[in-house]
Every structure is written in C-alpha cells, then in structure tokens.
Design a protein around this ligand. Structure first.
Ligand code: NAD
Ligand code: ZN
Length: 351
C-alpha cells in the first residue's frame, strides 16, 4: 500500500510500504476512505516530538471501511463504515473504566503519534491502517453523516468539547472566551453552545479567523492584536472578566491572556499543547478561587458528539476548507502548512 512516511525533521514521502496485518485478536484493519491533517502532524514533522522515530506513518484522524477483524472482535464486521479515534484504548483498565481513555494502561497508543502512550503505532495517512482494540477505538458512522464531518470526531471535536468546554465547566448563562480560533478553538466554540452560555467570545490574532468563528457559535469576536483587546473583553462582561477562559493555542502569551481574562471563581481550561514553559503566579492568584484544568483528549464523549452530528445539532460543515485526493497528500500538507496564506482550516483527503 501507499502511506505518508515520516523520515526525520522536515522529511516525509508518499511511498510504498507493506500492508498492515492483524497482530492481536482485538485488532481490525481499516481501509481509509477519508483522512485529514492535524496541527500535531506539523509539530511531529518539525521534529518537536522526538519519540516519533523516522519510518513512522503519520496521521491520527480518519474514516474508513473495515477489511479484516481479529478473532476477538465481535461487535464490528468487515464492511462496517467507521470513525477511527485518535486514542486507541483497551476499555478495561482502571483509566478506561473512568473514561480517561487517553491514559489507557494497555501498550498501544495513538495512531501516528503514540508518544505519550508508550508503544508507537502507524497512522491513518495511508491506504490501510491497523487499529488496536477495535471495539473501543472505532465508532460506526451513522447514516446521513458525511465522512468529512465524521472525521472531525477522530480528534478535534472531542478535544474542544472535553478539554475546553467540559473541563471548563461551561454552564447556562456563562460568558466564555476562547483564545485561539483554529480548528480546536472552533470545536470548543461549537460545543460550548450545547451548555447555554450567554456569550462566546472568539479571540485570535487573525481577524479573518475571528470573523469566521461567528459561523460556529461565537457571539462576539476580539482581535488579539488590538491594543485594547482586554478592555473589549471586559466591556462584554460588565467589567468582571469571563466565567470560563479556554486556551486553544499553546504558547505562553495566550496562557497569560487566559489568566488575565478570567473573573474570580472562574475556570481556565488549557487545551493547547505547550512547547515552552509557562508561569502561574500563585502568590497573586491564590486569592481568586480559580479552577485551572488541562489535559489530553479522552474521546469518552465521542459517542455523544456522533449522535449530535447525526441529529444535525452540531453545524460544523464549514470547518472543511480544502479537498484533495489521498494520493495528493503532499500538496495537502503544503496548503495546510501555509494556513495563514491559504486560509486552510481542515483539509480533507479522500481515497
Ligand atoms: P492552530 O494552529 O490551527 O490554531 C491556533 C490559532 O491560534 C490560530 O488561529 C492562530 O492565529 C491563533 N493564535 C496564535 N497566536 C495567538 C495569540 N497570541 N493570540 C490569539 N490567538 C493566537 O491550532 P489547532 O489545530 O486549532 O490546535 C490548537 C492547540 O490545541 C494546539 O496547541 C494543539 O496542539 C492543541 N491540541 C490539544 C489537544 C489535547 O488533547 N489537549 C488535542 C489536539 C490539539
Ligand atoms: Zn490531532
């Protein structure tokens, strides 16, 4: 088969590799119908994630058709059309039982990443992929949900929902600020709406992204390069600050912004993956009764999000900005990596 193989920092190629095979009775082999590229893939390609060694097939988001199942897989069958979760979880260990699939103790992690999870497995930017623990890592695509929306369940919708909105405890009437209006921030805005906030404020340095966010649940937008960005947010909150600040960028500046925006007794939910240290001034902040959360996507809310997609209650079709053939994945990477210029949000690759 053909696959996108990582060959060390800055190097990748679309090349012939051996087909994956069933290694454990709980595995399935899935033929990729639709996949996409995530910002995390770009981090890996830059060499920011040294645990991903050259030779690894990238990609952790995908929708496909099962071509083979291991002997222990009884809930799924050849021909099933499925969403591949970005987290492979056994469903049986203490962490899985609590819904914390991202910390599953079984030794087979996330396709194409795997770095935090131990054992590395190959990813979804390929014609075929082996999925460990198929019964807990694959979800059937409901009728009427197109692949290009279903693929958003692999990673970004549960990430924005679980680590942003649910950890941030968004509640009816809350004023929510989402710092960063990339795909993950937009996923947080779109799912925040499920909990009845009074306002959702999109904050980004890119005025175009701030404007776009209003199609996905943002009621207000603030351009972070405006000198009075903070005053603009406070003017929307009776001068008190927001109830929930969701950080969806992953740099020290936006972490600081999130802490500056939140009112006493509010929540700061960090979603961004930080490559550099951030500071937290407990000597000033201890008095503010804050709740600060962070984490890795669990995917425990994927079944709920799939239902909402099927019912048409999550309007995220506009997340998709570009379409490519899977065999043209190098062009897709080029477009995605120049997002500021190309206005790429989610690029869809179809086999
Ligand atoms: P992205 O790069 O597409 O979007 C980031 C956005 O932040 C961009 O729109 C950019 O213009 C904006 N931005 C940059 N600097 C800013 C500033 N100073 N102020 C305001 N906005 C600024 O990224 P994404 O794919 O949406 O992902 C967002 C973050 O979520 C990344 O750090 C990613 O690694 C992380 N992530 C976390 C998890 C998890 O499990 N916690 C899962 C997936 C992704
Ligand atoms: Zn991802």
């Amino acid at each position: 088969m053909k696959a996108l193989v990582y060959h060390g920092p800055g190097e990748k190629s679309w090349e012939e590799v051996p087909d994956p095979v069933i290694l454990k009775p709980t595995d399935a082999i899935v033929k990729i119908d639709t996949t996409t590229i995530c910002g995390t893939d770009l981090h890996i390609l830059k060499g920011d994630v040294p645990a991903v060694a050259p030779g690894r097939i990238l990609g952790h988001e995908g929708v496909g058709t099962i071509t083979e199942v291991g002997s222990a897989v009884t809930d799924l069958a050849v021909g099933d059309h499925v969403i591949i979760s970005c987290v492979s979880a056994c469903g049986k260990c203490d962490f899985c039982k609590k819904g914390v699939y991202s910390h599953c103790r079984a030794d087979e992690g996330a396709p194409g990443i795997g770095w935090i999870f131990g054992h590395l497995i190959d990813g979804t930017q390929a014609e075929l992929v082996r999925v460990p623990f198929a019964e807990t890592s694959l979800y059937r695509v409901p009728d009427g949900v197109p692949d290009e929306l279903a693929v958003l369940i692999s990673d970004i919708l549960p990430t924005g929902h679980e680590i942003g909105v649910r950890y941030g405890a968004v509640s009816p009437g809350d004023v929510v600020a989402v710092v960063g209006a990339g795909p993950v921030g937009l996923a947080a805005m779109a799912t925040a709406g499920l909990y009845g906030p009074s306002r959702v404020i999109a904050i980004d340095t890119d005025a175009n992204r701030v404007e776009q966010a209003k199609r996905f649940g943002a009621t207000d937008g603030v351009v972070a390069t405006d000198p009075d960005w903070k005053e603009q947010v406070f003017a929307l909150t009776d001068g008190l600050g927001v109830d929930v600040a969701i950080e969806a960028v992953g740099i020290p500046r936006t972490w600081d912004m999130s802490l500056e925006l939140v009112r006493p007794a509010g929540h700061v939910a960090n979603v961004g993956v930080h490559g550099a240290p951030v500071s937290f001034h407990l000597e000033e902040k201890w008095i503010e009764n804050l709740t600060v959360t962070t984490g890795l996507v669990n995917t425990d809310t994927s079944p709920m999000l799939i239902k909402l997609l099927a019912q048409g209650k999550l309007d995220v079709a506009g997340f998709v900005s570009h379409h490519f053939a899977l065999s043209d994945i190098l062009s897709a990477y080029d477009t995605f990596s120049r997002a500021a210029e190309t206005k790429a949000l989610k690029v869809i690759l179809t086999a």
